[in-house]
Design a protein around this ligand. Sequence first.
Ligand code: ADP
Ligand code: ZN
Ligand code: ZN
Length: 964
Amino acid sequence: MSFVAPPLKRVWGRMSNRGKRHVQYRPHSPLCVPAHIRYNRPMNNRTSGLSAQPNPTNIYVEVIVNVPIRRSFGRGQNAPPAAELPGFDSAGEVEADESSASLQTFHYHLPPELLGSVQPGHLVWVPFGKQTLQGVVVGLADAAPVPTKPIKRLARPQPVLTPAQIELSFWIADYYVAPLSEAVKLFLPPGLLLKNEDDAGVRAKREEVISLRIRPQEIRQSLFGLGKQSKQAQVLEALLAEPEQTLSVAELQIRCDLRTAASLKRLESDGLIRLEGEVARLALSVAESEEALLEMRGAAKYRAVLEALTAADGPLWKSELYALVDTNLAVLRELSEAGLIKMAEKVRFRDPLAGRNYPRTWPLRLTDEQQKVWRAIQSASFAQPEEVTPARFLLHGVTGSGKTEIYLHAIAETLDRNRQAIALVPEIALTPQTVARFAGRFPDRVTVIHSGLSRGERYDVWRQVRDGEIDVVVGPRSALFAPLPRLGLIILDEEHESSYKQDAEAWGSFSVFYDARTVARRLAELTGSSLILGSATPSLEAYTEAVAGGLHLLELPRRVMGHGEERQKAKGDVLSLSKGEGKSGGERDSGPQTADGVRNSQLATRNSQLAPRNSPALYAELPPVEIVDMRQELRANNRSIFSRSLQSELHATLDAQEQAILYLNRRGTNTFVLCRDCGHVEECPRCEVPLTYHERVSVLVCHHCNARYPIPTVCPECESKRIKFFGSGTERIEEAVQEISPRARILRWDADTTGAKGSHEAILARFAAHEADVLVGTQMIAKGLDLPLVTLVGVVSADVGLYLPDFRAPERTFQLLTQVAGRAGRSARGGRVIFQTYKPEHYAVQAAAEHDFAAFYAREMAFRREQGYPPAGRLARLVFWHKKLETVQAQCVQMAAALRHRAGELALPGESFDIIGPVPAFFARHRSFYRWQILLRAPDPARLLRGLDIPFGWRVDVDPMTVL
Ligand code: ADP
Ligand code: ZN
Ligand code: ZN
């Protein structure tokens, strides 16, 4: 095939002409510089795509180059000095934003040696100006719109993106108005994309693997040939070889080349041989003599290795062997040379689940309700024996209704069809139980991805997944980007969790503030996968979509009585419980839901539901919730942070040797310092947020910037000495529990106690093992805990989150309260929940107490519709950060004007969009940066943003989870 190199007119590859159609120039506004092509890239006329195969006739490739172009300043624009940019702060308070590279597509041609071997998804080195940069091939073409240069070489032999992933990254960049480079990076494990050709990057780890070459029964025999040689050993060996273990001294002298009798004398004095005249014979039994010979030769070190390999019953990695026996490479080499072991270097997979043994589990017999749900999923998605029929479901099941079992069934069917699954869970570090359930059901086919993995582990997981060696990936939102080649099912457990959204509080001018729920829908479409969203408290977005018919709505309204083994125990506990009640009953609050009334009715249910093991699962009641009005408590002169009701329930729980969880909504309830005379609250001077009092170390801490301050003894405002520590952090709750019940063993679970890796699991394991009676914690404990002994959940102040000026505050409060309440009563022991609140009449508190999602949904949707908030409308949030307030304000004014101008260009009618702000963000300062924001409310806010070139310093969040 003839190949003519195209003429090189430019120093580097050029922008594809497709992009140029979208370049706009509006010189009248400093914000309106040429728009970048990345936002408006048409998706349908690209030559890559799902079916693109390498074709020897394609000599051009389209490449996303990893080249730093600031999104704020179009080509030819003058960027301000670096010191002006928050991301390049010289004090280093915010690290220079590594991601300030924006990727664009450029055309190159293939050199002859690469013709036919480059595919979309390949990572390549390309010339770019004077540099050589990495890029990802996103398409092949048989023509280029511009003169091209050749790509230099492949950076990795195999593609790093699947065709579906290429498609999805374009979609993400478009939907979230984000740089394409950042969308692509979501799919690549850290360390893969390199800045220059000398970087090593992440690599597969190679290590020697050692295996036994002989049968275990041959070990002893083989050892005789090893080790130090000596005259004495030779004599022993010669005697052992004789049938009678006897030889004449003369014969021995010849065979063993003995010049003196020293060796024989020595052996005799050691009691190993006897010299009888001219004859030498073994003094000990054959076995004993053999041992002596081995010892003499120093064979113990060889034997240890061989025996470890025998015990392992298979090959061992060198490091594993070193951990088992004290040996070294020299010994291994000798063994290898003697032909007893084999050493071979192999790629070693750094497995995040290594060393964990998950107990094998088997499919449970489904309850009637699970059956019904399962049949619906089966007939929609798994009716064909050979394939997955893509369908989308919202599984709305109360806490403990057995949703996980449904997920596991769906995964099993998917694997049967030779397809693969991703199961997203909100925070994997907090839910080791969840991992165990997946890994235990599908042994050796499951892996996890999470932020706690080392770079090497992440790379290895990614590689194994790409190579098709793993069929189920469990992890938080980023697990969605795992390169499963045959994806067939995506599950999002606890679909309502805001952690599915890229952290909205983080700085990041270029970050993609993607939402895994949204991206999962698109990924399912692109790969023909089914999608199951599950929650006890679905997001309003998902439920609305389900009501409108976009998702199959499946309901599990009743809780499964889990923990069958606990049913047996519960029988005995009925007695002890009733005793406990007799004692403390008198102290209880009376009211419509008296504690006694509830306990008694629960006892009745317990008795009726006790059942032998292995019978079908029974249903359990959701725990009754008592709302305690804390204003009444004050009126009754109870100044404790615990209501009388919660106090007596705590006592009852301890009496029954059961466990309690005390939950604290962290936001806004940290202990703060208040002057009782003038009301002054100590704030961080840089961040303007109240400082938190940390009792243990006696300092005030800013939870925004982590600065520490001494505790004032007098009020800095009025010099009063009446300083009080207010609010109730977990430490204070711990103290208060200790006060009312010194016998209680307490564990705290919050950000302060769980710094170290794995400490979540450690705390949870201790609580599960009943090493503590009371678990005090924040948000973390709301998730996924399923502990049979927990019979009491107390929410210290249920209404705290309601005071935040965020339209999602009631929804978040409802979700949290429902989830927290769901931690109680997981076994036949039943359970009880207390919400303490100053706002007992609020509908979010009321609905959570009644476990009534429908009531909450109806009420909340009415509000959202009225206000045009999601899901009744859509939002984009633009936040600008800078150290100078004037700069922030000026930028905001310009941005608002640019948005109005853009709406005019698009001829959007005034009522169809709304620009709210600019206003200071709720957390107006962060690490000495000012933060202001603009909210854009429109049916498709991204449409307004796409045409704009957005200056550096703006953070763009489409479909924000929070507006604080
Ligand atoms: P959810 O995910 O809906 O909160 P889980 O899947 O955690 O609920 O189930 C709650 C408990 O019920 C678990 O202990 C689980 O093992 C048990 N369970 C679920 N389905 C069944 C079933 N069909 N038979 C017996 N136990 C079940
Ligand atoms: Zn004061
Ligand atoms: Zn601060």
